[in-house]
Ligand binder design. Structure first.
Ligand code: PLP
Length: 410
């Protein structure tokens, strides 16, 4: 039917004007178009373990099968008692202080809870410190909530740890909170105790709430220990996020949680806001909540992947060495998660636009990576690789990348 000249045009809300979420952005759309044409695309862009052959422990599946008939109704808005009890125990194992059952919320992934917290905390123009590079949902949710994300630099020269001086220089009277992502996506960094203590000290000095996204806390390599920043800040309001998407390879089930800890007496009103938004979404997916207890308390199959001989560990060794042997590429060794964030020598390749770089690689070699700008990184000199595919696949990709770069000039 022809459009009538008077018919109105439906535009997206202007609230979305400054929202960026490039992990599933234009380059991914172009890859989907090529796939529809019948081309095979090598996807190094999604942090979704199951399609790459990583399995959750059988007992988790069995448990859900067993519990499914009991999960037909809504649960308590915060979540099932059994799930929150198990998360409480997990918080105790991580030495997170002053947690009670009412301070634990399950969500449809950490994603939902990030959005909920940003909506509940930020007034128009309130500032929140977010790392660059970041997992872009944080910036997107802060923006959508009317807040102003202010990015502090993580320093590649110091293993991608937050640059404390930069962080402090960006604090203003409107800064309400700071976010850390530890272990980090996209850099794979893991923050040591000294760095976390300095961040706490800074938050203490400037009266900031701490949000810590720890969804990769059970994917730590090289015998290192993950420390929850909340365990170092009993006197500050802290929110710790984690879930089963990555540690149990069940990103599709949608289950995550957040834990309020430390001194929440100064955040009572914020908690009322959280409660209201939590009630409004009724509850998170109940079948997925029903397996939290078994998943957290049972066999941790992820441990076999992150030790020498395990897939994630060996793939990390491979990708780190392969990238660093390519002329014009350097990369810091990731300590955790399954991402690497290499640097490209932009002068050598004359790169000024990282989206174009990602598109050119896609068109010429059918390899899909995510540009650094997708993680709110300000320069066109980085990209992210997800090293979940097997070494045979990664090595084909690295051969192609090297060949591509040998003649590439933008
Ligand atoms: N936080 C980080 C740092 C992530 O990398 C991801 C997913 O990639 C999420 C949160 C979202 O996880 P969920 O599946 O729990 O929503």
């Amino acid at each position: 039917t022809p459009r009538s000249a008077t018919m109105r045009e439906f535009k997206k809300s202007s609230k979305l004007d400054n929202v960026l979420y490039d992990v599933r952005g234009p380059v991914v759309d172009e890859a989907a178009r090529l796939e529809k044409e019948g081309q095979r695309i090598l996807k190094l862009n999604i942090g979704n373990p199951a399609p790459f052959g990583f399995r959750t422990p059988d007992e988790v599946i069995q448990d859900m099968r067993h519990q499914l008939p009991e999960c037909e109704g809504y649960s308590d808005s915060r979540g099932l008692f059994s799930a929150r009890k198990a998360i409480m125990q997990y918080a105790q194992l991580k030495h997170i202080p002053n947690v009670d059952m009412d301070g634990i919320y399950t969500g449809n992934g950490v994603s939902e809870l990030i959005q909920l917290c940003m909506q509940a905390l930020l007034d128009n123009g309130d500032e929140i410190l977010i790392p660059a590079p970041d997992y872009p949902l944080w910036t997107a949710c802060a923006t959508l909530a009317g807040g102003t994300p202010v990015h502090y630099i993580c320093d590649e020269q110091s293993d991608w740890f937050p640059d404390l001086a930069d962080m402090e220089s960006k604090i203003t009277p409107r800064t309400k909170a700071l976010v850390i992502i530890n272990p980090n996506n996209p850099t794979g960094a893991l923050y040591p105790r000294e760095v976390l203590e300095q961040i706490v000290e800074l938050a203490r000095r400037h009266d900031l709430m701490i949000f810590s996204d720890e969804i990769y806390d059970r994917l730590v390599m090289d015998g290192l220990e993950h420390i929850s920043i909340a365990s170092l800040a009993p006197d500050l309001p802290c929110v710790t996020f984690s879930g089963l998407s990555k540690s149990h390879m069940i990103a599709g089930y949608r289950i995550g949680w957040m834990i309020f800890s430390g001194n929440m007496s100064c955040a009572k009103d914020f908690l009322l806001g959280i409660n209201m938004l939590s009630n409004m979404r009724l509850c998170s997916n109940v079948p997925a909540q029903s397996i939290v207890q078994t998943a957290l308390g049972g066999h941790q199959s992820v441990n076999n992947y992150i030790i020498p001989g395990g897939r994630i560990y060996e793939q990390r060794e491979y990708i780190y060495n392969a990238l660093n042997s390519i002329d014009g590429i350097t990369a810091v060794k990731p300590k955790a998660a399954f991402y690497i964030f290499p640097k490209i020598d932009v002068k050598k390749f004359n790169i000024t636009n990282d989206e174009q770089f990602a598109l050119d690689l896609l068109h010429q070699k059918k390899i899909l990576i995510t540009r650094g700008g997708g993680f709110n990184w300000g320069e066109p000199d980085h990209f992210r690789i997800v090293y979940l595919p097997r070494i045979e696949v990664l090595s084909e990709a690295m051969r192609d990348l090297e060949e591509f770069l040998s003649t590439y000039r933008q």
